[in-house]
Design a protein around this ligand. Structure first.
Ligand SMILES: [Zn+2]
Length: 345
């Protein structure tokens, strides 16, 4: 093995807080149904930060290379891969391992297959130069979309599935989004595309991220959104999208939603709730979870990005070489920027 076969990788090596470091990784071997993708850019996700700070609520297969928001060029294809060629510009879905005979996979909902394992926690992710990707995960990226933007297709798909697939927002609906992280801002942006009137809610120290959200044409609320929610008829918001990473925000969502309204929870928080769900019953509210995305969502989102209808540029806070992963993680963790993007070295 020569040093040329080794690339720097951001590895999460143990379940303890802070157990992330740079390691040299051999170029992965690929199977017959895989491609080898040379990563151009990889986004840092809140879930990468959660694994770094060890407050995640999913099983991690340590040691694992972080990163599941990525795109790049195909540099090798497995024997059975006919529809992709070396040099193709692609982004990858996140469901690296699925059970194709699971009933959910058979109906196209492989994102909900209990055997699903994703990049960055189940198998090695993309915070390195080369990543092994099953060909079924790939989508073509139009030439006009640079990879710094294309790598954010994944969080856009999370938002699209939460707002369109799992919320059915209509033009004129009043929508409150809780949490001005990447997913919250993108949920607000997609809700605007659906024709809704949208407010995004954060705290005093979220001001910078809220100002970025304002670029998508939504209203900004710091603290209590009751007044905004009730502005039309006093009854509350048609939809509340909970994109904050804490369980307690569900309590706020239950206060803001109107009777017979709808709450979609897309943010994760492992804490127990410690409050009553009685308002859910009393207000006849629908509570909907939203997890991940599947093939048709990706095709729609790639169109929205390439046509300029969904602009991801405002959320990109900077691009760092992978060797400076820690600064990129810390800036995002402190809320100084919405999204860090890394570049392999
Ligand atoms: Zn993500």
């Amino acid at each position: 093995m020569t040093t040329r076969d080794l690339s720097a990788a951001v590895v999460n090596y143990a379940p303890e807080k802070g157990a992330v470091e740079l390691r040299d990784l051999e170029r992965p071997l690929i199977g017959e149904d895989d491609v080898l993708l040379e990563v151009a850019n990889v986004g840092v996700c809140g879930s990468d930060l959660h694994q770094w700070t060890a407050d995640h609520s999913w099983q991690v297969n340590y040691p694992v290379v972080l990163g599941h928001e990525f795109g790049g060029h195909i540099v090798a294809t497995g024997k059975n891969v006919k529809e992709w060629n070396e040099g193709d510009r692609v982004v990858s879905e996140t469901a690296a391992i699925i059970n194709p005979s699971n009933p959910l996979s058979r109906t196209g909902l492989y994102n909900l297959d209990p055997d699903r394992k994703g990049f960055g926690y189940g198998v090695n992710g993309a915070m390195t130069r080369y990543v092994r990707v099953p060909a079924r995960c790939l989508h073509l990226v139009p030439e006009n979309v640079p990879f710094e933007q294309a790598c954010l297709t994944e969080p856009c798909c999370v938002a699209y599935n939460a707002v369109v697939g799992n919320s059915h927002i209509h033009p004129g609906d009043r929508v409150v989004v809780l949490g001005p992280g990447t997913i919250g801002i993108l949920c607000a942006a997609v809700a605007k595309l659906c024709g809704a009137e949208v407010a995004i809610v954060g705290l005093e120290n979220d001001k910078h991220r809220l100002n970025i959200a304002a670029q998508y044409g939504c209203d900004i609320v710091i603290g209590d959104a009751s007044e905004w929610s009730g502005k039309r008829d006093g009854l509350g918001a048609d939809f509340v999208i909970d994109a904050a990473g804490a369980s307690v925000t569900l309590k706020i969502a239950l206060q803001l939603v109107r009777p017979n309204g709808h709450i979609t929870k897309v943010g994760w928080g492992p804490q127990p709730m410690g409050f009553s769900l009685d308002p859910l019953v009393q207000k006849n509210v629908t509570l909907q979870g939203s997890f991940s995305h599947n093939w048709p969502v990706w095709e729609k989102v790639i169109y929205l990005i390439s046509s300029g209808k969904l602009d991801v540029k405002p959320i990109i806070g900077g691009i760092w070489p992978i060797t400076e992963w820690k600064e990129a993680f810390e800036k995002m963790h402190r809320g100084e920027i919405v999204k860090s993007v890394l570049k392999p070295v």
